[in-house]
Design a protein around this ligand. Structure first.
Ligand SMILES: *[C@@H]1O[C@H](CO)[C@@H](O)[C@H](O)[C@H]1NC(C)=O
Ligand SMILES: *[C@@H]1O[C@H](CO)[C@@H](O)[C@H](O)[C@H]1NC(C)=O
Ligand SMILES: *[C@@H]1O[C@H](CO)[C@@H](O)[C@H](O)[C@H]1NC(C)=O
Ligand SMILES: *[C@@H]1O[C@H](CO)[C@@H](O)[C@H](O)[C@H]1NC(C)=O
Ligand SMILES: *[C@@H]1O[C@H](CO)[C@@H](O)[C@H](O)[C@H]1NC(C)=O
Length: 402
């Protein structure tokens, strides 16, 4: 009995020593303490293939951000999700905190509606900012408030990845692109290589140059939106290597789009291929398919999952895009094909109507030939007389002047 007790104490003593000797807790974090309402864990943990100091507040339901001013100085990864803070205040991380090692901020799913121009300070080493699933408004004249803070990301001078999936309030307008552009211009995101804008109900970009002030962009993710064409400037993004357009509303690839992709894929200084993802767009099974096929034989651009690309008939998946072939597509754009069809129909109709009219007139003349003769004959004689008279008169005329 006593021996067993001693053994147990020895074991406990040993484990206590081991715990003290271990410089950091190995498993993700201990409690961050009372300032974090004991809801968060702080400590080393594996994140992206590397041990990092993680502050993890997942689904914590906070209603303000005060605890973030007490962030440990060695924090490398901040996960702060599942809270309710419609408005991020100034200096979220405190006015004097130095967070030199902070490289990743995940503030997804917090109902954030407004981020002020001065919300983020001391974030100069942050490389990845995740703001997915929020309710952001960045418009100038939304409601009666001005939510537009063009310098909102300006302190992220080393930002490489910006995640804005489903980040904007629903029913985003076309103006979103103008507001975004303004932010990109003013935030000087010269190192940004990855931009995620999926699930934002984007129909088109009113401001065509929306991405042109992000000179380092390599991956542009626009999946799950409502785009029907590439109506924004991509030629200004000379480093682009992946353009994600899956699950949009493309029913054809316009020649202009294909041409533009080709130009981008052929920029001489590029170091990788340009890859485009078009899967789950309902490309129509018609002559426009030929455009894509023809383009594919010549272009350097790679289409991702090409074997999984289908064309659709009346909303139903019909055939693999590569296997359909439409013959007799003289005019290749669908619009002009329709226009040509209309022209042919019109010409045909005109010919039919003219033929009918002519037949009617000729028949009428034939039936009434006697009556017409009666009317025409005197007139003819009259005319010929007149002609004769005029001719004589004309002949005479010069003599009067001789
Ligand atoms: C953060 O905590 C949540 C739940 O508390 C856990 O599921 C998640 O894996 C943690 N994240 C990291 C990177 O440790
Ligand atoms: C930041 O990281 C470096 C290198 O890992 C380390 O030497 C330094 O102590 C860290 N800074 C803080 C405040 O923990
Ligand atoms: C987003 O903001 C609008 C306007 O303030 C509000 O009506 C809506 O409930 C918010 N949605 C969410 C999910 O927070
Ligand atoms: C978005 O707009 C549609 C129609 O324009 C409307 O039916 C829907 O309720 C709106 N959704 C939100 C979240 O405002
Ligand atoms: C933008 O950032 C670059 C370096 O990243 C810097 O040289 C330039 O001065 C900055 N411009 C503005 C307007 O802040």
């Amino acid at each position: 009995m006593r021996e067993k007790n001693t053994k147990m104490w020895a074991l406990r003593y040993l484990s206590a020593v081991i715990l003290i000797l271990t410089p950091f807790p190995i498993v993700n974090g201990g409690d961050c303490g009372a300032k974090f309402q004991n809801k968060c864990s702080c400590g080393l943990g594996e994140y992206i293939d590397r041990m990092q100091y993680i502050v993890n507040c997942t689904n914590t339901g906070f209603r303000d951000t005060t605890m973030l001013q007490a962030l440990p100085k060695q924090t490398e990864v901040l996960i702060w999700t599942g809270n309710y803070v419609p408005e991020l205040p100034w200096n979220v991380f405190g006015a004097i905190n130095n967070l030199d090692n902070l490289t990743i901020i995940d503030m997804s799913n917090n109902h954030i509606r407004e981020i002020r121009g001065k919300s983020y300070h001391h974030v100069s080493n942050v490389k990845r900012l995740i703001l997915n699933h929020n309710n952001l408004s960045i418009s100038r004249d939304d409601d009666e408030f001005n939510h537009h803070h063009p310098r909102v990301f300006s302190n992220f001078i080393n930002l490489m990845e910006l995640h804005l999936t489903n980040a904007f309030s629903d029913n985003s307008t076309e103006e979103l692109s103008e507001d975004l552009h303004d932010i990109f211009v003013n935030s000087n995101l010269t190192k940004l290589t990855k931009l995620h804008l999926e699930q934002n109900e984007i129909k088109k970009f009113k401001d065509k140059r929306v991405f042109c002030d992000l000179p380092s962009i390599r991956d542009l993710h626009l999946g799950d939106n409502l785009l029907e064409e590439i109506n924004f400037d991509i030629l200004c993004l000379s480093h682009m290597r992946f353009l994600d357009l899956e699950r949009n509303k493309f029913t054809q690839m316009r020649k202009a789009d294909l041409y533009m992709l080709d130009m981008l894929g052929n920029i001489p200084k590029r170091d990788t291929d340009l890859i485009v993802d078009l899967t789950y767009n309902q490309l129509a099974c018609d002559c426009t398919v030929n455009n894509i096929q023809e383009w594919l034989t010549k272009t350097k651009v790679k289409i991702r999952n090409l074997d999984n690309l289908f064309c659709y008939k009346q909303g139903h998946k019909y055939q693999p895009l590569l296997s359909v072939k439409y013959n007799k597509c003289h005019v290749q754009s669908r619009d002009t094909t329709i226009a040509k069809g209309h022209t042919i129909a019109l010409v045909f109709l005109s010919v039919v109507i003219l033929t009918i009219l002519l037949t009617l007139v000729i028949t009428a003349i034939y039936i009434n030939r006697n009556r017409i003769k009666k009317i025409v004959n005197p007139v003819m004689t009259n005319v010929s007389r007149k002609v004769h008279y005029t001719t004589i008169k004309d002949d005479d005329a010069p003599e009067q002047y001789v």
